[in-house]
Design a protein. Structure first.
Ligand code: S3P
Length: 432
């Protein structure tokens, strides 16, 4: 489906964005292997999180879902309670589902096969196959190209001390989950701390996890528990979804917007830091913590922006927000350099190419580099027809870009926003 987004004069009022995608996935997974009923409120009912639920249904877990009430009850069966699936576990477009569930499946006494859509079939899985194999897992890429479909057969796992070459929460979480089923402790070290929702939430279910800065980077360690126990999880609003509205209010003159209940965990909030570095008028109000995750309300006003350099340590905490940061850079005076972000090449799409193609089509002076992009902002941005390349974050970023452009922007395959934010366009419309 194609959708046309028209320029908007200003955004006024307030909005509450849906629940966090990363946290929703984890609540379903950990709840499934815990004993008892895990009650999840403010769950994100999006295609990706529904892929996780559907995989665990095939593994014998029952769910009570209330989409209108944004809640899910997971009837967990305990660490050893999953059943052999009778068909392939389909993970759709979700890298988080594919990589995290592989850690759990490596510890089971049955064979499982994982597959996903055409994007998942292109995404690198050797980053989990290598460490899981070192733990003793029997996991193979069916076609031998290091991508899904993956076949996981029973084996005995032992704890390892793994140094991850990149900061990836999916890799880290996959290894920690396999570590629940291993003999001995499992350690994962990453160069910069990536999103730490697993390290925060698993201990609430009763697992012993240590996370600390060491001379090698950031190390997380898990001790295999005898059981996990169900809990209640209240999912904070997703900062990755909030970022679109914050950016929209920053670039549409006269805007003043309050975004309520946004998760601002330090490992996720790099977007706010980068937006403030660009001169963004952002206030973080009413900070509070629940279940170890910090949330706040965010007040944003339009103002003039300037180019910045974004790289190094900041990248993991804003990796999913780079397309929308490139949109901000398009409206900022001067040069913005985004570097050290080669991970963008292996996301739902190659986001270095898809972001530069879309913004380039709107007349933005942007060029791709091997590990990021360079944007000369401040010139008028034009209406155009662009391709989302079936990437939800490209579709939403370009919808935001359209709001301050000098003409309408037509987005191809605009409905891919359902991967993380099904009501995105209606929510945007409500602020007009
Ligand atoms: C996620 C981790 C990140 C992020 C993705 C969600 C997670 O991926 O980009 O959208 O929930 O663990 P990587 O671990 O590949 O960096």
């Amino acid at each position: 489906m194609e959708r046309t987004i028209y320029p908007m004069s200003k955004l006024k009022g307030e909005i509450t964005v849906p629940g966090d995608k990363s946290i929703s996935h984890r609540a379903v997974m950990f709840g499934s292997i815990a004993q008892g009923d895990t009650r999840i409120s403010n769950f994100l009912f999006s295609a990706d999180c529904l892929s996780t639920i559907s995989c665990f249904e095939k593994l014998g877990i029952e769910f009570d879902t209330d989409q209108a009430g944004h809640s899910v009850v997971v009837h967990g069966k305990g660490l050893r309670g999953l059943k052999a699936p009778s068909e392939t576990l389909f993970t759709g477009n979700s890298g988080t589902t594919t990589r995290l569930i592989s850690g759990i499946l490596s510890g089971q006494d049955f064979v499982s096969r994982l597959d996903g859509d055409s994007s998942i079939r292109r995404r690198p899985m050797n980053r989990i196959i290598t460490p899981l194999s070192r733990m003793g897992a029997d996991i193979t890429s069916e076609t031998g190209n290091g991508c899904a479909p993956l076949v996981i057969s029973p084996s005995t796992l032992s704890g390892i001390d793994y140094i991850s070459p990149s900061s990836s929460a999916q890799v880290k979480s996959c290894i920690l989950l396999a570590g629940l089923y291993a003999e001995g402790k499992t350690y994962v070290t990453e160069p910069v701390l990536s999103r730490n929702h697993t390290e925060i939430m698993l201990p609430c279910f009763g697992a012993e996890i240590i996370s600390e800065k060491t001379d090698r980077g950031w190390t997380a360690a898990v001790t295999p528990p005898s059981s996990l126990t169900a809990i209640d999880v209240n999912v904070p609003g997703d900062i990755s979804s909030a970022a679109y509205f914050i950016a929209a209010a920053m670039i549409c003159p006269g805007s003043e917007l309050l975004v309520r209940n946004v998760g601002i965990n330090k490992t996720r909030s790099g977007f706010l830091e980068a937006a403030m570095m660009m001169g963004g008028n952002i206030q973080i109000l009413d900070r509070r913590t629940e279940g170890g995750e910090m949330t706040a309300d965010i007040l944003v006003r339009a103002g003039s922006l300037h180019g910045v350099t974004i790289g190094k340590e900041l990248i993991p905490s804003l990796i999913d927000e780079i397309p929308v940061l490139a949109v901000l850079a398009s409206y900022a005076e001067g040069k913005t350099v985004i570097k050290d972000a080669q991970e963008l090449r292996v996301k739902e799409s190659d986001r270095i190419e898809t972001t530069t193609a879309a913004l380039g089509a709107m007349g933005v002076n942007i060029r791709p580099t091997q590990d990021g992009m360079i944007i000369e902002g401040g010139a008028p941005v034009h209406g155009a027809a662009i391709d989302s390349c079936m990437d939800h974050r490209i579709a939403m970023s370009m919808a935001v870009c359209a709001l301050a452009a000098d003409g309408p922007v037509t987005i191809k395959d605009a409905d891919c926003v359902g991967i993380s934010y099904p009501s995105f366009y209606t929510d945007l419309q409500s602020l007009a």
